[in-house]
Design a protein. Structure first.
Length: 134
């Protein structure tokens, strides 16, 4: 390699590194914007939404789901769904999650009725692969 080509490479590396850093910052800003947007939608929905990862751990729960299912986010997120839905009244929801997980990606829109202390709720499920899923 000549002195001139070594100088060109030495000059190009910092420029490429700076460009990659700028690109990563732009991507991170966009991801953060999308995350806030989705969180805003979930927080303002009247439908209850509980997200469960491939390992069966609750990853998110919105306020409507907390209210409808009698759960608290702080005791649900990060815990196995079987533990979170352990109350007897939530057994139909626990069974529904097991069926959905077994169904994989096949269409499977079941519903269940949850009853507790004279109140009744209909639980509908929609299975969708989200980010982080295979």
């Amino acid at each position: 390699m000549t002195v001139a080509s070594e100088a060109a490479v030495s000059a190009a590396v910092p420029c490429a590194t700076n460009q990659m850093t700028a690109d990563l910052q732009t991507i991170n800003v966009e991801l953060e914007r999308r995350r806030r947007y989705i969180e805003t939608i979930l927080a303002n929905m009247t439908a209850g939404v509980v997200s469960i990862d491939d390992a069966g751990t609750v990853t998110t729960i919105n306020e409507a789901a907390e209210r409808l299912l009698g759960l608290e986010s702080r005791s649900a997120v990060g815990h196995p769904v079987a533990e979170v839905f352990s109350r007897r009244a939530l057994a139909p929801a626990r069974e529904l999650v097991a069926e959905l997980r077994a169904a994989g990606t096949r269409p499977f829109p079941p519903s269940r009725s949850l009853e507790e202390e004279g109140s009744r709720s209909l639980v509908r499920s929609f299975l969708d692969a989200c980010s982080g899923s295979k």
